[in-house]
Design a protein around this ligand. Sequence first.
Ligand code: DNO
Length: 348
Amino acid sequence: MKMTFRWYGASDPVTLENIRQIPKMSGIVSAVYSVPVGEIWGEQDISEVANQAARNGLLFEVVESVPVHEDIKLGLPSRDILIDNFCENIRRLSAVGVKCICYNFMPVFDWLRSDLKKKLPDGSNALSYDDATVLSLDPLKSELSLPGWDESYTKDGLTALMEKYSSITEEKLWENFAYFINKIVPVCEQCDVNMAIHPDDPPWGIFGLPRIITGLESYRKMLKINDSTRNGITLCFGSLGADPQNDIENIIKEIGCKYIHFVHARNIKITGERCFEESAHPSDCGSIDMYALLKALHAGGFDGFIRPDHGRMIWGETGRAGYGLYDRALGSVYLTGLWEAIVKGYEQ
Ligand code: DNO
């Protein structure tokens, strides 16, 4: 297991100097953020991320994310050139040592929360999700903005895009996924890069848009489409765990660690039906048994990358919601400790 930490580049208030001081930290998870979705990342920009990491004794082996252009998800004719660009990004990233690319196939929106600063009883702030609040919103009203919302959409742009999706059923989205992944996998083989799809967050349809990566059935379907280990997953405890039907331990056992390239280890507390708040990482702080999941990963021979996921804002820290330094660092050390205990317990 290689411990990593997400870093948003030079504008991130969390510095590489901070990250390298977290015990047992092996590398960063980052991206080139300046290039519009669908375009090819500059070789120099990519090398710069790798060099900055290296100067701080950190590796750059995981990218999160290379975003998938909406035309690919929609299956438009323009997808071929966009997929070629995606493949070129894989080649360029592999040239600097990237081994794993995290991405998602969620239409229009990435992760969504209804509150970025929910006050918890201990005075910290956390991200939370309340389905009723989200459902009461109309995504086509211009004043609307939610955490995780892509602010680059104009009202008209969003309306046009949502309209394009009106004919996209789950079935169609799966077909478009198949088309994409079947073109990507051979390039990953050549480049020794693993694709790691992130589950939909939350793992259910939103605003009438289809969402397909929601649990075990999705993974079965995904591997039926292409069972190369390059077609792997990012196992995100918090995203999958928001649906209590998801038995994450069983997912690990059934799909097997050879397909799990990246783990987002985060805890959430389910507070109602389709309602949750993000909690501190330890098992008792939320609804997810972190020990059981790490044990299942260890038993399955997990040898991939892991990162603490969203942290609360604690000790007066301000910054990018979910991505402050302190609580994620605590999460990282907690995970490292659990892992050491599991490994040593197993050896005895
Ligand atoms: C949220 C993240 C996601 C993730 C993407 C992967 O904090 O987990 O935004 O990076 O879905 O493509």
